[in-house]
Design a binder for this molecule. Sequence first.
Ligand code: UDP
Ligand code: UDP
Length: 475
Amino acid sequence: APPSPALSSIQHDGRRPHVVFVPSAGMSHLTQFVRFIVALSSHDVDISVVTVFPTVSDAEANHFAALFKEFPSIRRLDFDLLPFDASEFPGGDPFFLRWEALRRSMHLLGPIIAGVTPRVTAIVTDVTLVSHVNPIAKNLQLQCYVLFVASATMMSLNSYFPIYLDNKDAEADVGDVDIPGVRRIARSWLPQPLLDLNKIFTKQFIENGREIVKTDGVLINTFDALEPVALAALRDGKVVPGFPSVFAVGPYTSLANEKKDAGAEGEDWILSWLRQQPARSVVYVAFGSRSTVSHEQLREIAAGLEASGCRFLWVLKTTVGGRHDRDSLRDVLGDGFLERVQGRGVVTKAWVDQEAVLSHPAVGLFLSHSGWSSVTEVAAAGMPLLAWPRLGDNRVAAAVVASSGAGVWMEHWSWDGEEWLVSGEEIGAKLKEMMADGAAREKAAKVREEAAKAVAEGGSSHTSMLEFVAKLKAT
Ligand code: UDP
Ligand code: UDP
């Protein structure tokens, strides 16, 4: 439908821009949204945030509550999700079903945004919703941006993938994807669902990938020195001709209230324990906010940590047992492990303040699934990362880790869906080797210097943020 004349005739001259954020679900998506919103709030813009009811988890609800409490000038726009019948997608991942439920309610956004005062300038949304949100923005003659929570390399894959499929023999297997100007993404590195074009994730990915190009720009939690090739290829239109503005504005700064959000209590003992350990003696092990490691593989990791002889802090997410239930850890890790490593190793199911851990002098290495948020946090902290991808975009992110010098990627280690286990012996040997690797430490420190330069006044990310704000004000 054509925009109403009343709306289109209103000018923004000299007014503060008003940006409405439309986030999606998932803690790592929300954390990045909140960090970016807070960064933008210091730039003389009005900000509203669409919050969806019902919320998915307490962690997400708490995260939003903390934002609105600390920044009372940020408006909350309540949004009621329409009922969604998930039986259409038997066995679907709850994450992707939630995204689908959100997508199918997005037409309700138009009237809400049209009714807001002061008049809205731009919508900033999550990539998982963009194919439904951008048309609404265009209809209201508003700018629309994607705040992307993965890497620029992943952005290039997302926007190129639909074109790649269009040009490929429809019967042929998905295969390796050679992204023009960026790099070849091996078939085995693709987020697992993409190998099946009938998966709900894949359908969303393709629709969103086609729409990204029609937005006014993308904001990415990365910086030029971390992904120079992918950023240049996107900006030069090599990936997709006519690609919109690319603002590389990371790494974001975390917020003081984050550790409270997820309901962490009494985890200070972890930091006190770290304070008692010698410098660079501890391996920090964490595979993100979800449990994606089989119990058999967890036992091999335990054996590896034991064999390495290193001190360690292992944040273990498992759905077995409650957060404070040590017996369930015993069941998962096998009898005697916790006793044998007592004094030099700590295992916890708690939500830890990861950034505090990454910047702690006692920590010397991070064994991680290489989730993109973790990668950006490592870049900011200068902590060497041993990347062991588990799922989704983790292997694409690990390729960035390896090429940037932020860490080392164990390319042949198995991930979710590959049945074989990486042995404790191999894990232990690699940990020992990496803990003694001065060159890896130096490279990681270089990445931290580049990250600090990027966000400092005059740096590439700082400049990119100012360009984004200028574009908002130019409407
Ligand atoms: N993703 C994307 N386009 C989409 C949907 C998802 O690029 O339309 C990205 C998403 O941001 C993530 C990756 O695909 O980086 C894999 O998604 P998954 O849910 O497995 O990981 P998560 O978002 O939980 O880290
Ligand atoms: N995180 C944390 N404490 C935990 C687990 C996770 O602070 O106990 C944070 C971590 O710092 C990062 C995010 O949660 O900001 C996880 O995002 P990532 O992209 O690394 O992994 P995902 O959970 O999306 O797979």
